[in-house]
Write a protein that binds this ligand. Structure first.
Ligand code: SAM
Length: 261
């Protein structure tokens, strides 16, 4: 297994968001945090190597790349923003990572009903938008979708200040929450209205696992487990990435029903 320091050094050179979009809360996971997350997921739980992994809200690919370096069979990055996906594609190409796929999609629509992605992934990871005053709860909406797409664990980052709420909501869903680490997240001054150069916030690194014995009343409609990896995916490479303009619903539908059968 690659050493933590070496993983971090590969991640240091990734391109960041060129023009971060406030509404999409675009900021990159710091490389040292991304390296720790991916290394822990593999070293402690064996949930990356040889696995089919999804990264929801992949942005420029910090977690996608980290997961790929840790040896995923295929990693699929989902993001709504074509600019971010373009940069992500360049990052993957720069590191000659071929077992990767990018899909332009509104993440919250992926779990609306049984889709081809439902219960497809062995592991899902995400650094969701933490949510602002205007869109509180976005992170849990993403987790809910992640749990729908994964037949295994979901690893995510959340503001420590929301821990009690997350545990309460997850327990209502019948989902186990394991806080793996509390991290100091150095949020850079990405936007003009930020006065300080950066702000430190406390962030929990959380593992969610579904407790099959509890019936969940407001959880997304359950679907039959699908654990087989489509054989096509074994030969996917960067050249095959879908980079569709998701500006309208038709194109988004195409993105979701494209090359994944
Ligand atoms: C906090 S950034 C994390 C980026 C990247 N995962 C990382 O760790 O560096 C959140 C990402 O989620 C994407 N995003 C926000 N809302 C989304 C949505 N509704 N559907 C899909 N992607 C979304 C943003 O474009 C952004 O790239």
């Amino acid at each position: 297994m690659i050493r933590l320091k070496e993983l971090e050094s590969w991640l240091q050179d990734l391109q960041d968001f060129e023009t971060p979009k406030v509404a999409l809360e675009q900021y990159q996971t710091p490389p040292h945090i991304a390296a720790h997350i991916a290394h822990t997921i593999q070293a402690s739980f064996g949930d990356l190597e040889g696995k089919l992994v999804a990264d929801l809200g992949c942005g420029c690919g910090m977690l996608t790349v980290a997961a790929a370096i840790m040896g995923t069979a295929t990693v699929v990055g989902f993001d709504i923003d074509s600019d971010a996906l373009k940069t992500c594609k360049e990052n993957l190409e720069e590191l000659e990572i071929t077992a990767a796929e990018l899909v332009q999609a509104e993440v919250r629509q992926l779990g609306v009903s049984c889709s081809r992605f439902t219960k497809l992934f062995d592991t899902v990871l995400l650094n969701p938008s933490f949510g602002t005053k205007c869109n509180q709860g976005t992170d849990l909406e993403f987790v809910q979708v992640a749990l729908e797409l994964s037949h295994g664990p979901v690893y995510s980052l959340h503001k420590t200040s929301t821990r009690a709420h997350i545990i309460k909501t997850a327990s209502r869903w019948g989902v186990n929450v394991q806080v793996l680490a509390k991290l100091r997240y150095d949020l850079p001054n990405t936007y003009k209205f930020h006065k300080k150069k950066s702000v430190d916030i406390e962030v929990d690194f959380i593992k969610f696992t579904v407790n099959c014995h509890i019936v969940v009343e407001d959880f997304i409609k359950p679907c039959p487990h699908r654990s087989t990896v489509p054989s096509k995916w074994a030969k996917l490479d960067v050249k095959h990435m879908e980079m569709l303009d998701g500006s309208n619903q038709t194109n988004r539908q195409t993105a979701l029903s494209g090359d994944f059968a």
